[in-house]
Design a protein around this ligand. Structure first.
Ligand SMILES: [Zn+2]
Length: 146
């Protein structure tokens, strides 16, 4: 489960609408689940976002976001400065449901929450969160709590 602090979902929706008809992407910063596996203490959080330029300026940009290593570094530094962790990565699916694509799975890393916002005709719609299974064969839907 990932807990979105107030305003986070709204910011992701806004990013998705601003980038339409292209994809937006960025990082979620918050607190990683603490040691225990308990539902309460163990929940990940996202308290703010860092937007990333979508670097792949081709026709494939519609459905393929790219995060470069230097984006990761910058986000990690920013997270450390705020005493937070990178807990996930968000991106938008213009005119597509918020389900991870094959490309998303191939480029995903374990642990992170993958938030996908569907943007239909320029208007942000549903948000879903996904976690890569340990064997990397597929994603499992993660509960979002706001
Ligand atoms: Zn995607």
């Amino acid at each position: 489960m990932i807990r979105l602090e107030p305003g986070v979902a709204g910011k992701i929706r806004k990013e998705g609408e601003a980038a339409y008809p292209n994809e937006c992407c960025g990082f979620l910063l918050g607190e990683a689940a603490g040691g225990g596996a308990g539902l309460e203490g163990g929940a990940k959080t996202a308290s703010c976002i860092i937007a990333v330029d979508n670097r792949r300026m081709t026709s494939e940009q519609y459905h393929r976001f790219v995060i470069l290593p230097e984006d990761f570094l910058k986000a990690e530094k920013e997270a450390a400065r705020r005493d937070l962790d990178i807990t996930g990565i968000y991106h938008s699916h213009p005119d597509c449901p918020p389900l991870p694509s094959e490309y998303d799975r191939e480029h995903a890393l374990p642990f992170y929450s993958y938030l996908i916002v569907s943007v239909n005709k320029g208007k942000a719609d549903e948000i879903k969160s996904w976690i890569l299974r340990d064997d990397r064969t597929s994603f499992e839907e993660e509960q979002i709590c706001q």
